[in-house]
Design a protein around this ligand. Structure first.
Ligand code: CAA
Length: 285
């Protein structure tokens, strides 16, 4: 299968990175999945294997497709090595500005000048993520949604420097990944996180003040508004730590009280109740 980007490096093998690597491999790209330890990389690969196997069990995926996708994914802990021959690098490392900016500054000197540099950040300023990176016209936000293989949206975020050629090529690739791209300008929380996190935080405040149980707050949105999943269960799926970091960032950037993180959320994060990934959040998983 031929597509826009034959070789893609995905940096970060967590929930998002593993999902992104999977959909890129499904679209026919050769993917190098990198993380800082072999344990993280193997966990990411296991997540992909499990998803594909579930697909086989459900009759949605053939055993041959599963094997083909897996055969297109290689793993490494060497970030520069993973990126050197890539036509596109997508980072999905933790939501820390210095970490992402440092990574792109380092890689800009390693990859080809035409290699697209993409960040999966869910809310950080792309202008800051790419500050000082050589070739800003090839830099773009590619925000995927969890679970990546199932969610149709791809939020593309352009900075003032992103070229139209980059937007066009990445939009085409997004479609090859089976996603529906939307284009958003670089502003705090973009279109998706600004709205989604606001709803999640308000639901936590309601739980905190005893308005209703977690189940009933979620049911209000599922049955009353047709959301596929209530805001508390969704916060569990995304990770309380991830949403707390976004909330703190948006509070700072937007100066809006709606984004102030509830105490309950801070306590749960401090106690390691991060949601699905730790087995306990607003629900037990
Ligand atoms: N392989 C192939 N297909 C699979 C599969 C697998 N391993 N697992 C599930 N599927 C298919 C199912 O067969 C089903 O297909 P049909 O519709 O054709 O029947 C479909 O995927 C849905 O799966 P399920 O029926 O098992 O599950 P569901 O209907 O409960 O949906 C969900 C699960 C897609 C997660 C849904 O609950 C949902 O959309 N939730 C909201 C998720 C969301 O909002 N995510 C965004 C989070 S925010 C974010 O990610 C941004 C950020 O920056 C943090």
């Amino acid at each position: 299968m031929s597509n826009t980007y034959g070789t893609v490096a995905v940096l970060g093998a967590g929930t998002m990175g593993a999902g992104i690597a999977q959909v890129c491999a499904q679209a026919g790209s050769s993917v190098v999945l990198q993380d800082i330890t072999d344990e993280f990389v193997q966990k990411g690969l296991a997540r992909i294997r499990d998803f594909l196997q579930k697909g086989v069990d459900k009759g949605k995926t053939t055993a041959q497709q599963r094997d083909d996708v897996l055969s297109r994914i290689t793993t490494t802990t060497d970030r520069a090595g993973a990126s050197r021959n890539a036509q596109m690098v997508i980072e999905a490392v933790p939501e820390k500005l210095e970490l992402k900016n440092g990574l792109f500054r380092e890689l800009a000197g390693v990859v080809a000048p035409t290699c697209v540099l993409a960040s999966n950040t869910s809310s950080l300023s792309l202008a800051k993520v790419f500050a000082g990176v050589a070739g800003p016209e090839r830099c773009i936000g590619m925000h995927f949604f969890n679970p990546v293989p199932l969610m149709a949206l791809l939020e593309l975020v352009r900075t003032d420097a992103t070229s139209q050629a980059t937007i066009d090529a990445v939009t085409a690739y997004g479609k090859q990944l089976g996603k529906e791209p939307i284009l958003v300008k670089d502003s705090p929380g973009f279109a998706s996180s600004r709205l989604g996190v606001c709803l999640g935080l308000e639901a936590i405040r309601m739980l905190e003040s005893g308005v209703a149980s977690a189940e009933d707050i979620d049911k209000a949105m599922v049955l009353g508004y047709g959301h596929p999943m209530g805001p508390l269960k969704l916060t569990d799926l995304v990770g309380l730590d991830v949403r707390l970091a976004i909330a703190d960032y948006l509070t700072k950037e937007l100066d809006h009280p709606g984004f102030k993180a509830p105490e309950l959320m801070r306590r749960m994060v401090a106690d390691g109740k991060l949601g699905k990934k730790t087995g306990q959040g607003f629900y037990r998983w």
